[in-house]
Design a protein around this ligand. Structure first.
Ligand code: FEO
Length: 171
């Protein structure tokens, strides 16, 4: 039987993942308005992945025989000072999410809930990739020195990202 403390933490994580989706859609809309269509695409795909994370965690709560609970999803900041600002905030946000995931992993160990620990371990690994990809894009933006040609090719590169559900079944 899953402990209430873990159900609460998982419910909070569902909310945090939906917030992440909101945040990346807001950033995508900003990038779209700033004519960075490729970056807008990358961020929209990111938002879809975050939605899949939320659904996956919600399903785990149900599978464990617990009740999902629903609370307000915070509105994201909608204006940015440029794409550097967008990716600085992306990296900062992913670091924050890594902390939330680590907290659930620690709690699962404390409660000796190996099913939740095993479940959340996927996210521990995923967060390494999430932070690394945001950091890589940010370093490319920094290395460009604002050169339009380099930013144009980065935008083209990020425009090729396509969405596929990380868990396969739900789409
Ligand atoms: Fe669902 Fe970006 O972590």
């Amino acid at each position: 039987m899953i402990k209430n403390s873990l159900v609460k933490a998982l419910n909070e994580q569902v909310n945090a993942e939906f917030y992440s989706a909101y945040l990346y859609f807001a950033m995508s809309a900003y990038a779209n308005g700033a004519a960075y269509k490729g970056i807008a695409n990358w961020l929209a795909v990111q938002a879809q992945e975050e939605t899949a994370h939320a659904v996956h965690i919600y399903q785990h709560i149900l599978e464990r025989g617990a009740s999902p609970s629903f609370s307000d999803i915070k509105a994201p900041e909608g204006s940015y000072t440029g794409i550097k600002d967008v990716f600085e905030k992306t990296l900062a946000h992913e670091k924050l999410v890594s902390g939330l995931i680590d907290r659930i992993a620690t709690l699962a160990l404390e409660e000796k809930d190996h099913a939740t620990y095993n479940f959340i371990s996927w996210y521990v690994k995923e967060q390494i990739e999430e932070e690394a990809s945001a950091a890589e894009i940010l370093s490319k933006i920094n290395l460009s020195g604002g050169h339009p040609g380099i930013l144009y090719s980065l935008d083209s590169e990020l425009g090729s990202r396509t969405y596929s559900n990380p868990f396969g079944a739900q789409d």
